[in-house]
Design a protein around this ligand. Structure first.
Ligand code: AKG
Ligand code: FE2
Length: 255
């Protein structure tokens, strides 16, 4: 069986699962969580064969194409990004399951059901999907918002909460790229924290939820983030400062 045929089989399994494998209560709860916290844990969104297929592809991609990045961005208050990544371009060239899931209309339909509004493919390709690995003490994806409205994150590896790696969110916040005022956001609203395990998925309202991954002290964390757009995103001009800098061609930095 070739990789494309295998990907098609997994997509069929995903579609069948989304039609009949999710209880009404799971849809309702995730929708409620998403609307109240900008975050919903949705491990039920994919069957095990698909989770395993995604995990295998991510492990192979990070081993062959992972690039270390260490930077910070003024647009998010100089918060750090200390991580290894595989960008959209390498995933598209060398992956098969990930691009197929991203393009799946049934998967997007499921995300729309949770978001309570239509979810579209991201028109800016670098934000469609990116793999992130944290594996050194202090590694973190620091506080930020994303340029587009929605993300679904598949968790392949994550340490126990004692070693960091959990997600923190401040919902209903606004990103002013000229003056992000992070400390003010923390003071005006509570920070919600969510533990994650390998095999989890979560959906995030990424444009209005300030979020980060708590720095790791031990262990390894490996995820793929798939970004999606709202109807409103498609009709406004979006600048891409942080993403252009984050995902631009590396300058001889490899790990
Ligand atoms: O690693 C995570 O759980 C979040 C990733 C994220 O926020 C991003 O890639 O923009
Ligand atoms: Fe993000």
């Amino acid at each position: 069986m070739g990789p494309d045929e295998r990907a098609r089989g997994l997509i069929r399994s995903l579609s069948e699962h989304l039609i009949s494998g999710v209880a009404e209560e799971q849809w309702a709860r995730s929708r409620r969580d998403f609307l109240t916290h900008g975050f919903a844990k949705v491990p039920f969104l994919a069957p095990d064969d698909m989770k395993n297929g995604i995990a295998e592809e991510i492990e192979a991609l990070i081993a062959a194409h992972g690039v270390r990045r260490e930077m910070s961005f003024k647009e998010t208050g100089d918060t750090p990004r200390l991580m290894r990544n595989v960008r959209h371009q390498e995933i598209s060239e060398h992956g098969s399951v990930i691009p197929a899931v991203y393009r799946s209309a049934d998967f997007r339909e499921a995300l729309s059901r949770i978001a309570g509004e239509p979810v579209f493919e991201c028109p800016y390709e670098p934000e469609q999907y990116v793999i992130t690995e944290l594996r050194q003490s202090g590694d973190t994806h620091g506080w930020h918002w994303d340029d587009y409205s929605f993300a679904v994150v598949w968790v392949v590896a994550c340490p126990p909460v004692e070693h960091g790696g959990f997600v923190q969110c401040v919902p209903r916040t606004h990103w002013n790229k000229d003056d992000p005022q992070l400390h003010r956001q923390f003071i005006e609203q509570p920070i919600h924290s969510f533990a994650l395990r390998p095999g989890d998925l979560y959906v995030l309202r990424t444009d209005t939820t300030l979020h980060r991954v708590y720095p790791l002290t031990q262990g390894r964390r490996l995820i793929i983030n798939m970004g999606y757009a709202s109807r409103a995103d498609l009709s406004r001009t979006i600048s891409h400062e942080t993403m252009d800098n984050l995902w631009k061609a590396p300058e001889g930095q490899t790990a």
